[in-house]
Design a protein around this ligand. Structure first.
Ligand SMILES: *Cc1c(COP(=O)(O)O)cnc(C)c1O
Length: 390
């Protein structure tokens, strides 16, 4: 008999009933150090007082009105995002994949309104992940995600990640945009080098096409900058955001320049829930914290500490681990044994990591993790590694 919850997930054996900062707690009181943060969602840890206050205050005032009316919290969050980034304008969604939908629609509408309706094609890269909607799976194009789901949304060209020479020749008169994650998340925490992001920006400028960045996982302070592309000193035309921006409340956004957004006039797109008062009240509280330069300086300092300790961990378990890669508090450890064996051994030692592609385990701790929790985390991973039989 089918489970009452559609069985699309293979779940780990834990059930959490409470969260506190970097910790997840089961009903019997067992505490796990959470280096997954709900897949980079709980950017400020669990039950952060400022987020709890923002959410409960708003919950006692007004939950939902729809986008038929003005929403002050939505306006405030859009202003904060515009102030802090390249963007001139923001549309709010409830998830990353909805942000992908709009990013694709926006790029196509841009060219349509410019009198070039044939420019619909979007170049994407192997190993990428852009969500599970029809546009998201077509964009990523991996067999695992698309198989069995019928005709794909057309208009995506898939290139091999890292094959620089293939990019320029793949741009045709039908190309609307290039879409890329500055740090691949699901793909195994693989950063795009700054030089390559610069090269992509230059190529888009030369060929007059749009650059869309998917910062759903790597954005919102995760890499030590508010958004990961800032390390490369470039700006996209369109950017997808979600995960960390809501700190655990479902919230996403598409940020864009005035030019790139020029086709999106009244009536061209919408969402019943997107940008609702609850989500945006929490989003404002997240932004107030993560845009503080002192907060980001701390993320960078702690990232250095974590990286150094992980290098040590890898060196002491050469049969289990291969190497560390990543950016900021978005770390991947490529494994020599099966990555899920390491993740499971972590569970046995009360530490949570997240498997990713390319036989990698992901460490995406709350950005608020403390130095002593970093010590503790690496000690637990060290124990876990000892339990894994190479
Ligand atoms: C998680 C993720 C998405 C999809 O977000 P959902 O909220 O799950 O729809 C898209 N892109 C990237 C890079 C992601 O990590």
């Amino acid at each position: 008999m089918i489970a009452s919850v559609l069985p699309t997930y293979s779940r780990a054996p834990m059930t959490f009933v409470k969260g506190e900062g970097s910790w997840l707690i089961e009903a019997d009181g067992r505490r796990f150090l959470d280096l997954g943060a709900g897949i980079a969602v709980n950017a400020l840890g669990h039950a952060h007082p400022a987020l709890t206050e923002a959410l409960t205050d708003q919950a006692g005032t007004l939950w939902h009105t729809s986008n038929l009316y003005h929403i002050p919290q939505q306006q405030a969050l859009a202003d904060k995002l515009v102030d802090a980034t390249f963007a001139d304008t923001v549309f709010f969604t409830n998830s990353g994949t909805e942000a992908c939908e709009l990013a694709v629609k926006m790029a196509r509408k841009y060219w349509y309104d410019k009198g070039q309706p044939d420019k619909v094609d979007i170049i994407t890269f192997s190993g990428s992940f852009h969500g599970r909607s029809s546009a998201g799976i077509a964009a990523a194009g991996s067999e695992k995600m698309i198989k069995g789901f019928g005709p794909l949304l057309p208009g995506f060209t898939h290139l091999t990640f890292g094959d620089h020479d293939a990019i320029a020749p793949a741009i045709t008169d039908a190309t609307a945009a290039i879409l890329i994650e500055p740090v691949q998340g699901e793909g195994g925490i693989i950063p795009v080098p700054d030089q390559c992001l610069k090269g992509l920006r230059d190529l888009c400028d030369e060929r007059g096409i749009l650059l869309i960045l998917d910062e759903v996982q790597c954005g919102v302070g995760r890499t030590g900058k508010l958004f990961a592309h800032e390390w490369a000193g470039i700006e996209p035309d369109i950017m997808m955001v979600a995960k960390g921006i809501g700190g655990g409340f479902p919230l996403g956004a598409v940020l864009a320049t005035e030019e790139a957004a020029s086709g999106m006039t009244a009536g061209t797109h919408g969402s019943t829930y997107g940008g609702n008062p609850l989500g945006c009240a929490v989003g404002c509280a997240v932004m107030d914290i993560v845009t503080d330069p002192d907060f980001l300086a701390e993320v960078n300092r702690k990232a250095g500490l974590l990286r150094q300790k992980l290098e040590g961990l890898v060196a002491s378990h050469p049969d289990v681990f291969d190497f560390v890669r990543g950016s900021g508090l978005m770390m991947g450890i490529k494994c020599k044994v099966t990555n899920t064996d390491v993740v499971n051994a972590g569970y046995d030692n009360d530490v949570i990591t997240v498997p990713a592609a390319d036989n990698t385990i992901r460490l995406l701790p709350p950005l608020t993790i403390t130095d002593s929790e970093i010590d503790d985390a690496v000690a637990r991973l060290d124990k876990a590694a000892t339990c894994v039989v190479p």
